[in-house]
Write a protein of this length. Structure first.
Length: 226
């Protein structure tokens, strides 16, 4: 099977189609402060390192690991979402150059496009609204709607089922993190493409299974055109 046989493209949002610009880290710092984690402490740095390493994972899963207590994890997640929403409302949310055009080209070529995220549905919808992207894709999915978030295959496989795509071999998964690449590999996707506009560099993307590494999402339509 060649890249021209791809019928479904599952795209990450923050760092892949949407500029992150440090917003995830800023929102995490606000959440850590809310939970009483002292800025500059060893614990604070350890937590920040973990957030960076697990970019792409469901945020509530990250907080469950960091705080090891459901009540504190939920409080941290609420604080994270509030801080992230404030950043969006302040105009800090922008599409990456060429992203909207790439999505349009992919859909015009007869492919389905699904946007996925590690955020909650509330945050995902806020981003889509801020960008005017409510109708840009065939479907949008968050972890709660698929079962588990990245690095599990659930988001990609739910996208495949919901779009009635015939085979995992017709699937491309694209993202900016190692967890996106693991999702693609575990779902059986033929194309697992990393982009260099977000959290992780080429060595991490390839180590986690990238079949292709692109400078940005703008290069994807040409790759799939063969």
């Amino acid at each position: 099977m060649t890249t021209t046989d791809i019928r479904l493209v599952v795209l990450d949002m923050a760092g892949t189609t949407v500029a992150d610009d440090g917003l995830v880290e800023q929102a995490f710092l606000a959440a850590a402060d809310k939970l009483g984690v002292e800025a500059g402490s060893e614990r604070h740095q350890q937590m920040l390192d973990y957030v960076r390493a697990t970019m792409g994972e469901s945020k509530i899963s990250v907080f469950r690991h960091l705080f090891e207590d459901e009540e504190r994890a939920q409080r941290a997640n609420v604080a994270f979402e509030a801080a992230y929403h404030d950043l969006i409302d302040a105009g800090r949310c922008a599409a990456l150059p060429g992203a909207a055009e790439a999505i349009g080209q992919l859909r015009s070529s007869g492919r389905s496009v699904v946007l996925t995220t590690g955020f909650s549905r509330a945050t995902q919808d806020r981003i889509l609204t801020a960008l005017g992207w409510q109708d840009i894709a065939d479907l949008t999915l968050c972890p709660a709607e698929a079962g588990r978030g990245r690095p599990y295959p659930d988001l990609a496989l739910t996208a495949l089922l919901r779009t009635r795509t015939d085979s995992v071999r017709q699937l491309a998964v694209v993202g900016d993190t190692g967890y996106d690449m693991l999702t693609g590999v575990r779902s059986g996707a033929s194309v697992v493409a990393g982009v260099l506009t977000g959290a992780h560099r080429e060595d991490r993307l390839r180590a986690d299974g990238a079949t292709h590494v692109l400078g940005s999402i703008a290069e994807l339509p040409a790759l799939l055109a063969g």
